[in-house]
Design a protein around this ligand. Structure first.
Ligand code: HEC
Ligand code: HEC
Ligand code: HEC
Ligand code: HEC
Ligand code: HEC
Length: 467
């Protein structure tokens, strides 16, 4: 023991190793204690506390015998040369200079621990930020990051949905992240990034950190703006009474019935979750129904239990179709309503193909200018600034949805909420999946929403609501 301590204190490698071991041990204990007291670090604190710091700890441990081994060898050589045998370094605390040094050493060690702890904490915080996730691999994440910033979740963090709380999922996602970093570094990543994300954490463990389906119950009015392709860009509003539902009393009804704790829906589909071959439903009363589509199930079909993201598959990375974008922009005033045929022309120019976002901005501006110069020369000269502004807005819309560098066009990422831009709900609700006794999953228009007005100029229902 004594010779071990002597060897340890007499060589810098072992001393350094011992310092690393001490510091990391203190850090691990601190992080662990914080967690015991309920400090909810982001997912990264888990990996720091249980992966990175322990690796340093082990590295420190390895340095100690390494240093001792080298020290012993040099001691043996020294002994062979007849030099004095090794002893503890003398630390005479009566000597004021030694005392000062010991004091300085103690203070610096304490300081080091504080610095290390702060740096770790800050590191954890930084890796949790949206900036880190969205911008580090800029062009790869740009589509998702851009859409995210325009979504209702712009103030949530990527890690809230992609990793969630606790160390387990963090480690899981980071292990797959190592492969992704290599792919990005070598340029061998898929364009576009494939969807769906097969190893996404079950949504109920992430979404339900912030949303409880039992808290939004009943019906919701939804007014969808719309404009016609005619010269006047005539307004056409659609008003739906969405039966969002949820738990009402002891029974669940409506759309959020699917995520009632008593209900379980599994489905067999292709890898993309677009074609559904079979649906198995168990309801709160314990009834089980199996709905099958006609035809054979191809190889490679997979079962999955339905959760939030089977409907809300794009809660944050919502890429909108061109018509929806133009309708929204006209409705909120970003695009003027009084430029003749602006609705039709905007959609035509947005849908055209361009080699890059920059080319699209120029192409759209040129196309709009040409259209008015040819068809409406008076408008073109009187409203040239308005036309220029409109082109700029269309350029932004294009660059928020189409990313030629990542091979993302309109509709690359279908949105499953509804049935307009993709089959969505109608993947199951098509009256074609049948049980043995002929029961189907209904497509009745009033099952999910009341159609209060469909593409009407001035819906009576909105007038009566405003009175
Ligand atoms: C509100 C929750 C939420 C937030 C916040 C969020 N995502 Fe996602 N993200 C999802 C869901 C859900 C999917 C999976 C869609 C699927 O599997 O069908 C997804 C998919 C992805 C994909 C796979 C490609 C695709 O578009 O389907 C990438 C890449 C991605 N997200 C990156 C990010 C980045 C970067 C951020 C932060 C800037 C972020 N996400 C923030 C919910 C979220
Ligand atoms: C960090 C908290 C957080 C998490 C996690 C989260 N959300 Fe949200 N969500 C919000 C906030 C905040 C809003 C905006 C509320 C508002 O605008 O009224 C929102 C809005 C929504 C909306 C309404 C969108 C709209 O158009 O009005 C839906 C749907 C939604 N979230 C679904 C999800 C789903 C699905 C997940 C999981 C994949 C999820 N959220 C995860 C915080 C969160
Ligand atoms: C069967 C499909 C489906 C499932 C599963 C589903 N939702 Fe929804 N959810 C919808 C639809 C449809 C709406 C209404 C959307 C609209 O009005 O545009 C909605 C609305 C919402 C809203 C907005 C509510 C409001 O008051 O405006 C939130 C938040 C939300 N869902 C969260 C969730 C969460 C969290 C889960 C998982 C626990 C979930 N949803 C599961 C289809 C679904
Ligand atoms: C994976 C298949 C699947 C998808 C996708 C799906 N549903 Fe369903 N849905 C079902 C099944 C199964 C039932 C129960 C059918 C039965 O037994 O009557 C159901 C029932 C319903 C009901 C009636 C609930 C009640 O009892 O009050 C509503 C409303 C509904 N779905 C809305 C939607 C909406 C809106 C979407 C799309 C956002 C959607 N569903 C997508 C499978 C699905
Ligand atoms: C299984 C549920 C379900 C059924 C059945 C259903 N819808 Fe829908 N519908 C939705 C959802 C969800 C939305 C999307 C609301 C949103 O934009 O968030 C929607 C949106 C719409 C819209 C507005 C589209 C837009 O964006 O302008 C119309 C119109 C519509 N539905 C008509 C119908 C008609 C007609 C039927 C009967 C054939 C029908 N729906 C059956 C769930 C359903």
């Amino acid at each position: 023991m004594k010779s071990f301590l002597i060897a340890l204190t007499r060589n810098p490698i072992s001393l350094f190793g011992a310092a690393v071991v001490t510091a990391t041990a203190i850090l691990i204990v601190t992080l662990f204690t914080l967690e015991l007291f309920g400090f909810q670090g982001g997912p990264y604190s888990g990996i720091i506390a249980y992966l990175i710091v322990p690796v340093l700890f082990i590295a420190g441990l390895l340095l100690i015998p390494l240093g001792i081994f080298r020290q012993r060898r040099s001691d043996r050589l020294a002994a062979a040369r007849g030099e004095a045998p090794p002893a503890f370094p003398v630390l005479d605390l009566n000597d004021p200079s030694i005392r000062n040094r010991a004091l300085i050493f103690a203070v610096l060690t304490a300081l080091n621990i504080v610095i290390l702890a702060t740096a770790t904490y800050k590191g954890v915080e930084t890796m949790d930020t949206t900036q880190f996730c969205g911008k580090t691999c800029h062009s790869v994440m740009q589509p998702e990051f851009t859409a995210f910033q325009r979504s209702p979740h712009a103030h949530a963090r990527c890690v809230d949905c992609h990793i969630g709380p606790g160390a387990g999922w963090f480690v899981k996602s980071k292990l797959s992240g190592v492969g992704q970093v290599v792919a990005v570094a070598t340029g061998h990543y898929p364009r576009p990034i494939p969807t769906p994300v097969h190893n996404l954490r079950p949504a109920r463990e992430t979404c339900e950190q912030c949303h409880w389906p039992s808290k939004f119950v009943g019906d919701r009015i939804k007014v969808i703006p719309g404009f016609a392709d005619d010269e006047a860009n005539g307004e056409q509003k659609t008003v739906l009474l969405m039966r969002v539902g949820g738990k009402q009393g002891s029974v669940s009804k409506g759309i959020h019935w699917h995520v009632d704790p008593g209900v379980s829906i599994r489905y067999l589909s292709d890898d993309k979750r677009e074609t559904i071959y079979e649906v198995e439903m168990k309801n709160a009363q314990g009834e089980v129904r199996r709905f099958k589509a006609q035809g054979d199930v191809p190889k490679g079909a997979v079962w999955r239990t339905m959760d939030c993201v089977d409907c809300h598959n794009r809660p944050s990375h919502t890429f909108h179709p061109p018509a929806e974008e133009v309708d929204a922009a006209m409705s909120d005033g970003r695009l003027p309503k009084d430029l003749p045929f602006l609705h039709r022309e905007s959609i035509r120019l947005l849908k055209a193909s361009y080699p890059s976002q920059e080319a699209a901005r120029q192409g759209i501006a040129q196309g709009l200018q040409d259209f008015y110069t040819k068809q409406y020369p008076a408008v073109a000269s009187a409203k040239s600034a308005v036309i220029r502004d409109a082109s700029a807005v269309l350029g932004v819309i294009y660059s928020s949805n189409v990313f030629p560098a990542m091979d993302i066009g309109w509709g690359t990422y279908p949105n499953h909420i509804g049935h307009e831009s993709s089959p969505g709900c109608f993947r199951c609700h098509d009256d074609a999946h049948k049980t043995a006794d002929g029961r189907t999953i209904s497509q009745d228009c009033s099952l999910c929403h009341g159609l209060l007005a469909v593409q009407e100029k001035d819906p009576a229902v909105l007038k009566s609501l405003q009175q």
